[in-house]
Design a binder for this molecule. Structure first.
Ligand code: ATP
Ligand code: MG
Length: 405
């Protein structure tokens, strides 16, 4: 009999350190981002020294290094003794409402209170008192800020706090990859959020090559990857989007393929094969980290796509388009079966817009004649795989809920 863990115990011939190829890894030196890092530091320096500085807004397409640069700066700041500000880094994909953001601030800085389950007003009061106590500056970094469902309320609350406090202040640094985000904001939130603005451009092919080379050295054993293979991964990603996450995914998948095949080197062919799956895999990761209701809406869409729309005959073409109404009904049925309360159809429409922004679904107006004027929805990834990804996550649901609140 084969030793059960033999594959696990066998030393990899390709990888030296898989973690160095993961999207959460921050290299010691971030390439091609000196200017952006400098700008972040410049805008935040007054606040870090304890003055009320400007709010900052960072925008750039996915995989352009926004999160990495911000976390890099925050890591450096930790070790500087003259920094007086308190900092909360908040991933809004997890903390996606005003309540959750305020609660995260409380648990970062006043953990003893965070367990009490206070309401929004009390949490707000606690934070204000704490800031006033010794004239603190609180820097709140809101990463993936467009995921906050009641964002205007959140911005209003955080900026109003500055008027309510006798001393100290709150500075917001928002990060976002969604170009039409501005259109969704109340003009008042917009003007307070955009006091300083910073854009991260997509990487070109040469830049991606360098980024990949740096990570390949950390992640792979010596000389296992051919330079041409790195250049190909860079070129494919640059052509597609300039997304470093996609390029890295391609590289590590190519490594896995080479290892599976028992090859000694990662070749151009491995990269080519890996490129086919990298984008899909990123989509599945995205789906599994969506907030609960959006995830269940995607689940409803996947289920209906597999079963076929009830109104299929009304919609022309091979693809499965679903009616917005039937997706909502399905979502409500799923939520009910989980013994939870569904969101209203107004929220539902907002969520569909969010999912479209993230490239998971496409929507079309049906034009007159088909059941009046209605929206048609189409899933952009293979439905069975999306369904399986979500079902895998559903078993950990209750646990995930506890962690995110
Ligand atoms: N300049 C860089 N040098 C080295 N690695 C980089 C650089 N920029 C991005 N990366 C790597 O690419 C991946 C994606 O970067 P990051 O998460 O910072 O992108 P992002 O702009 O926040 O994307 P999103 O909008 O999707 O959140 C990470 O693994 C990161 O380490
Ligand atoms: Mg990010």
């Amino acid at each position: 009999m084969k030793e059960p863990f033999s594959d696990l115990l066998k030393e990899s011939s390709i990888f030296k350190n898989r973690a160095a190829l993961s999207p959460n890894f921050i290299p010691e030196h971030l390439l091609f981002r000196d200017k952006q890092i400098d700008s972040i530091v410049k805008v935040l320096t007054p606040s870090l020294k304890g003055d009320k500085g400007r709010n900052l807004f960072i925008y750039g397409k996915t995989g352009t290094g926004k999160t990495s640069c911000m976390r890099y700066v925050l890591d450096k700041v930790k070790n500087i003794s003259t920094v007086r500000a308190k900092i909360s880094y908040i991933n809004c994909r997890l903390h996606n409402s005003r309540y959750r953001v305020l609660n995260k601030i409380l648990s970062d800085h006043l953990p003893a209170y965070a367990k009490h389950g206070y309401g929004t007003v009390d949490i707000y009061g606690k934070i204000i008192n704490w800031i006033e106590e010794d004239t603190k500056i609180l820097v709140v970094v809101l990463d993936e800020i467009d995921m906050v469902t009641d964002l205007d309320d959140l911005i209003y609350t955080l900026t109003r706090a500055n008027n309510d406090m006798k001393s100290g202040g709150i500075v917001i640094a928002g990060i976002c990859n969604n170009i039409s985000f501005k259109d969704k904001l109340d003009p008042r939130s917009l003007s307070s959020l955009y006091e300083a603005e910073l854009v991260f451009p997509p990487y070109n092919s040469n830049e991606l090559s360098e980024i990949l080379k740096q990570r390949a050295e950390l992640g792979f054993k010596k000389d296992v990857i051919e330079p041409q293979a790195i250049n190909l991964a860079a070129a494919i990603s640059a052509k597609d989007s300039g997304d470093a996450r996609l390029a890295l995914k391609m590289l590590s998948n190519a490594g896995e393929l080479a290892e599976e095949k028992g090859e000694k080197k990662i070749t151009i062919e491995d990269v080519r094969d890996a490129s086919k799956n990298a984008e899909e895999e990123i989509a599945y990761e995205l789906v599994s980290t969506l907030p609960e209701h959006q995830r269940l809406i995607v689940y409803a869409i996947a289920m209906l796509t597999i079963q076929g729309s009830r109104y299929k005959k009304l919609v022309q073409g091979e693809d499965t388009y679903l009616f917005s109404g039937e997706v909502y009904d399905k979502y409500v049925a799923i939520i009910n079966s989980l013994k939870k309360d569904p969101k209203s159809s107004r929220w539902y429409r907002k969520y569909i817009t969010d999912l479209e922004m993230q490239g998971l679904v496409a929507t079309y107006e049906s034009g007159k004649g088909i059941r009046g004027h209605t929206k048609l929805i189409k899933l952009l990834y293979p439905p069975a795989k999306i369904r399986n990804t979500i079902e895998k996550g559903l078993f950990n649901e209750s646990e995930a809920e506890v962690k995110t609140t």
